[in-house]
Design a protein around this ligand. Structure first.
Ligand code: G3H
Ligand code: ZN
Length: 276
């Protein structure tokens, strides 16, 4: 069933477990993510990024599909807009029935990020939806952020206090879109931010973080764990293998189905790993 981010995050935080949040590009991703979460018997987050919306040309077709898949799920599923910089897109997501949005003002001047995030929080809370926002840059996105960027605990605390957001994305050593799992997170910084900030913490760029280190990050205090590139790797490898094995194959259901199965299995594994 469709669920509120604050509810599933509060439960995860209390249990000191991690909540896997996985990016959707097309229907098969949403189906695979929910199948994996159901197999693990755990809640999850279906999220679509502003970039993926741009790829489709509109939010509604993919967004409505995500909402339908979430509503039919046997576990709680948050439907979330990821990395939105466009306030109109946030409005569209809220109108469709998304239960959560991320407003990403990390490239704006600090005061403008604060003011716009505050406005988004007001709109979202009016409709019973949650807001995640970002303070400090998380490496890799658009190729302009360096992996060495770190969020200062006092900045994160002030940002949460001044905006009323429900979850905060912090820069602690990960970097977006890594295809090797070699990132090292600053676990002491995670623990310090955790103690300084009253809302759950979000890890972006989790694809580059190896399994055991993801567990340590959750133990140190990260709660929402965003994974995209890693699952795309799983999905695409399955497509590539199937097409290579059968050059005469033309039915997309064959290779998308194989990719969906492989993705669901990896989601189940990750959801269990993060849950602890
Ligand atoms: O917002 C989405 C995540 O931060 C995904 O990052 O593709 O590096 O796993 P990733
Ligand atoms: Zn991200």
């Amino acid at each position: 069933a469709r669920a509120a981010l604050t509810d599933v995050l509060a439960a995860a935080q209390q249990a000191r477990s991690g909540l896997g949040a996985f990016n959707v590009i097309q229907l098969e991703h949403a189906e695979a993510i929910v199948a994996g979460a159901e197999a693990a018997g755990r809640p999850t987050v279906l999220q679509v990024s502003e970039n993926a919306v741009r790829y489709h040309g509109a939010l509604a077709p993919v967004g409505r599909a995500m909402l339908e898949v979430a509503d039919a799920a046997g576990v709680p599923v948050v439907v979330h807009l990821d990395h939105a910089t466009d306030v109109d897109l946030v409005e569209q997501a809220l109108t469709l029935g998304f239960t959560s949005v991320m407003f990403d003002g990390s490239t704006l001047p600090v005061e403008e990020n604060l003011a716009t995030t505050r406005r988004v929080v007001e709109r979202a809370h009016d409709r019973g939806a949650s807001v995640e926002a970002e303070i400090g840059e998380i490496g890799g996105k658009d190729g302009v952020h360096a992996p060495g960027v770190r969020t200062r605990p006092e900045d994160a605390a002030r940002f949460v206090e001044e905006t009323g957001i429900d979850a905060v994305a912090v820069a602690v050593g990960s970097s977006h879109a890594m295809t090797t799992r070699t990132a090292r997170l600053d676990l002491d910084l995670i623990a310090t931010i955790r103690d300084a900030v009253p809302v759950p913490l979000v890890l972006h760029g989790s694809s580059g973080v190896p399994d055991d280190h993801l567990r340590e990050a959750v133990s140190a205090g990260m709660t929402k764990i965003n994974i995209s590139t890693h699952l795309n790797g799983t999905f695409t490898r399955a497509v590539r293998d199937m097409l290579a094995a059968d050059p005469a194959l033309v039915d997309p259901r064959k290779y998308l189905g194989a990719a969906r199965t492989a993705t669901a299995q990896e989601v189940e594994r990750l959801v269990r790993l993060l849950a602890g």
